[in-house]
Design a protein around this ligand. Structure first.
Ligand code: FEO
Ligand code: CA
Ligand code: CA
Ligand code: CA
Length: 687
């Protein structure tokens, strides 16, 4: 339980202007330095990064596309956890994807239709998770190259399944004939910092990595059954060659299936059970995966009770003694759902500092109820339980015959379809206000939302004049942030009220129907994605919740690079209703929505990133005085010989400090990187 500060109640920085510069822009009374870049070595034996495509050994280097991130405090020395230490800790972060054009000497190689194994291994190892020790000294923050706690988790790392789907025939593979184990994690997007000191990494766009040869749909229907083909189709597993052509490469080790596991095409000579090939391998992805950051030898656990989807993130609700905790999750694809998992076990405060962290995870995450959200036009909503045998989720279901709870969880999208959940404008991150328990979720954009398909919770479909491509010419081009308040303010609730905290828009767009939140030059944004509540406290232990919003922008990058804003939001229901007219390419409609009060100066732009980056991943030290942020894929539209960003700069002469606000050297390949932001007077960031 926390006490909310009454003073200072306002943001204490001057808004940063929109920018197209190839640097990080922040308020002038702040400092931002680069801490951990693509390729940085994480043990003493690994060489410095050359950044010219010749580097290898990425299982001992920082991966690419830094994304969701948490900070876990360490004691002043040794390996003992101390969650309250704000000067030494572990940063745990996702490496979602790769900018493959910068990883090799002269771009990707294909020889006679095949990728070289060395390139594929490098690309695979650039995915996954980093655990990296960071410390603050008088010179600022740096990572500790030789720390015994440093770890890379990659698509190769052994993992185990936990919860109701463990041992299901849906998970049987040649690697794990009993469906209890798997290897690796991929496309790790956002995250969750569990109340018992573990990190949750979430598997988002995993489907694209899989190869399925032409004819596998028909073969799958004949050999396994129509359900398998239906489920694969619902999860976007089409017949295609798979991202980056990985499975064209030979295995690095004869007889291994570290690369070949990404080929899910059925081998008809293998057992129908699927224990002889990798026909079920896609079912091993799409989960939330729990990692104990303090134990580098621990085996990550895939938490199947939380369902399988394009898991964006997993934000815990407030942990209150005696109350069952909840975990809020978005499924990021167009017209997908928002989910909540409620544990069967009420929170015990002593578990926050228990040493058997993954066993505590078993306790809270392996049994409970997965719910999907329905948003009603009157501002109410409900959580619908996805439990086999309830709400029509039975073998007799007309949409999809559910076999058991493992089937429901592995295919919770189909369960959501069956129970009539609300199709959202791409649910990304979730965040919970530590003072009120209200849950916020970014709905980044949805180009497929036609004027005929709007509803109260996804009310906009319009022609954004900044979007030129016809494929994005209508729909919700700029996204919005929805929030909900649980009935009784408890994580256990099955009903809620909701409104839209803010609608993204250029400040120059129609204030009546598009720029509904009255955004101006100091706070206009598009395509919200990253979302996190900080809870800096003052000397009296009073907390000031600050909402941080990060963008992944498709509709505003002609005007500004992606950005991060800070807000002190109000509460659900503080605005009212608004009826708008949607004008699309070929149709018009009206929608009445629920809208929060205009954010005004309580929402301000704090940071703008370098060219072609996304801003994603954020957590502060417990004292709120050091804020870690990830700069993902600067220069993603360029090529090895024509980089479109040169960020970050090299260290300042005679020092190891890399100012994030400095321009890089012309011609240098850009690198995804973690930065840390501090206030020059040592104060709490944003206040
Ligand atoms: Fe990886 Fe939905 O962002
Ligand atoms: Ca994201
Ligand atoms: Ca996004
Ligand atoms: Ca991205």
């Amino acid at each position: 339980d926390i006490t909310v500060a009454v003073s200072p109640p306002a943001l204490g920085f001057t808004a940063v202007a929109k920018s197209l510069a190839d640097v990080v822009s922040i308020p002038s009374d702040y400092t931002a330095t680069v801490v951990y870049r693509l390729g940085d070595p994480i043990n003493a034996a690994t060489s410095a990064f050359a950044n010219n495509g010749t580097d290898s050994g990425y299982s001992a280097r920082a991966g690419d596309h830094h994304d969701g991130m948490s900070y876990f405090g360490l004691a002043a020395s040794g390996t003992t956890p101390d969650a309250n230490n704000s000067t030494r800790g572990l940063l745990v972060m996702n490496h979602e994807n790769i900018s493959e054009q910068y990883l090799h000497v002269a771009g990707q190689t294909v020889v006679n239709g095949a990728r070289p194994t060395s390139e594929v291994v490098k690309e695979m190892e650039c995915h996954g998770v980093s655990v990296i020790e960071v410390t603050q000294s008088s010179a600022g923050w740096s990572y500790v190259q030789g720390s015994s706690l440093n770890r890379r988790i990659t698509p190769y790392t052994p993992m185990v399944f936990s919860g109701p789907v463990k041992g299901s025939a849906l998970l049987f593979t040649a690697y794990s004939p009993d469906g209890t184990a798997g290897r690796g994690t991929i496309n790790n997007c956002a995250n969750g910092h569990m109340p018992w000191g573990t990190y949750m990494t979430c598997e988002e766009n995993w489907a694209g990595y899989f190869r399925r040869d032409s004819g596998d749909n028909a073969q799958r229907t004949a050999l396994v059954g129509a359900k398998s083909t239906q489920a694969f189709t619902r999860y976007g597993l089409s017949q295609r060659s798979g991202n980056y052509g990985w499975t064209t490469a030979a295995e690095a080790t004869a007889g291994a299936t570290l690369i070949g596991k990404f080929n899910a095409t059925i081998d008809p000579t293998k057992p129908v059970s699927g224990t002889g090939d990798f026909r079920n391998e896609p079912n091993q992805y799409g989960w939330c995966v729990e990692i104990d950051p303090y134990d580098p030898t621990s085996t990550p656990r895939k938490r199947t009770a939380l369902g399988r989807m394009n898991h964006e993130g997993c934000c815990p609700g407030r942990a209150i003694a005696g109350v069952k905790p909840a975990f809020y999750m978005g499924d990021d694809a167009q017209n997908e759902y928002i989910y909540k998992f409620v544990s069967n076990t009420a929170w015990v405060a002593a578990d926050a500092t228990a040493s058997n962290r993954l066993a505590i995870g078993d306790k809270y995450l392996d049994s409970g109820t997965l719910y999907v959200a329905r948003f009603n036009a009157d501002g109410s909503g409900e959580w619908i339980a996805l439990v086999f045998g309830q709400n029509g989720l039975t073998a007799g279901n007309a949409l999809y015959p559910f076999a058991d709870q493992a089937d429901v969880l592995t295919h919770c999208r189909l369960a959501g379809d069956a129970v009539g959940a609300t199709r959202m404008d791409r649910p990304e991150w979730t965040a919970v206000n530590p003072a009120t328990g209200e849950m916020y979720c970014t709905l980044t954009n949805n180009s497929s939302r036609s004027p005929a398909q709007v509803d109260a919770a996804n009310p906009r479909s319009y022609i954004d004049p900044k979007v030129n491509s016809t494929s994005r010419s209508t729909g919700n081009a700029n996204g919005h942030i929805i929030r909900l308040r649980e009935a009784g303010d408890t994580t256990e609730a099955t009903r809620f009220t909701w409104d839209v905290y803010a609608f993204g828009a250029g400040s120059d767009l129609d204030p009546t129907n598009i720029n509904l939140s009255g955004l101006d030059a100091t706070n206009d944004f598009s395509s919200p994605d990253g979302l996190w509540f900080g809870k800096p406290s003052n000397a009296s232990g009073q907390v000031t919740p600050v909402l941080w919003i990060q963008t992944d922008d498709g509709a505003y990058t002609d005007v500004t690079n992606c950005m991060m804003l800070a807000a002190m939001p109000g509460s659900v229901g503080d605005g009212g209703t608004r009826t708008i007219t949607n004008t699309g390419v070929s149709a018009t409609s009206t929608a009445t929505t629920r809208i929060g009060k205009a954010p005004g100066t309580a929402l301000r732009r704090f940071l703008v990133g370098p060219v072609q980056c996304e801003i994603t991943g954020i957590e502060s030290t417990p004292d709120g005085r050091s804020l870690f942020v990830n700069i993902q894929h600067p220069g993603e539209g360029g090529n090895f010989d024509k980089p479109t960003s040169n960020w970050p700069a090299l260290p300042t002469s005679g020092s190891s400090v890399i100012p994030a606000t400095s321009a890089g050297t012309a011609g240098t390949r850009p690198r995804s990187a973690t930065i840390v932001i501090t206030k020059k007077d040592g104060g709490v960031v944003a206040l």
